[in-house]
Design a protein around this ligand. Structure first.
Ligand code: 5GP
Length: 120
């Protein structure tokens, strides 16, 4: 697989506002924030979509959630609340094909994401 944008951010080939890093993951501010706080938490391992997750990656995905929880506490919005989202493929709205957790916070967030009337 060729390097994605996010691999280039990991390798410091393109700039990003990095807020956290460890051996397994990196967190940085989204370039087009959809909430007052909008962070992306990515594994350093270049997994393309959730569909490409292997059994060996289960702990790594849990780690991404743990980083989200830690950042929510440190950045002071844990009690007010926040949202974590991982989009998958076209219908999920994925645009960068290196899995990433969106961490959104800072205001009450809208729900649901699908606004057309559903047939029941
Ligand atoms: P997706 O649509 O794949 O779930 O999310 C990709 C996210 O990456 C989008 O929210 C988009 O704004 C963000 N993004 C795209 N290019 C860049 C970039 O070069 N730098 C940063 N920090 N975020 C980016």
């Amino acid at each position: 697989m060729s390097d994605t944008l996010f691999t280039k951010i990991i390798n410091r080939e393109i700039p990003a506002d990095i807020v956290y890093e460890d051996d397994l993951s990196l967190a940085f501010r989204d370039i087009q924030p959809q909430a007052p706080v909008h962070l992306l938490i990515i594994p350093k391992k270049p997994i393309v979509t959730i569909n490409d997750m292997q059994e060996e990656d289960k702990v790594l995905f849990g780690h991404l959630f743990y980083v989200a929880r830690q950042l929510a506490g440190e950045m002071g919005f844990a009690e007010d609340g926040y949202r974590v989202v991982m989009n998958c493929n076209e219908h999920g709205g994925q645009s960068v094909y290196h899995v990433h957790l969106h961490l959104l916070a800072g205001k009450p967030l809208g729900w649901p994401p699908y606004t057309e009337k559903l047939k029941v």
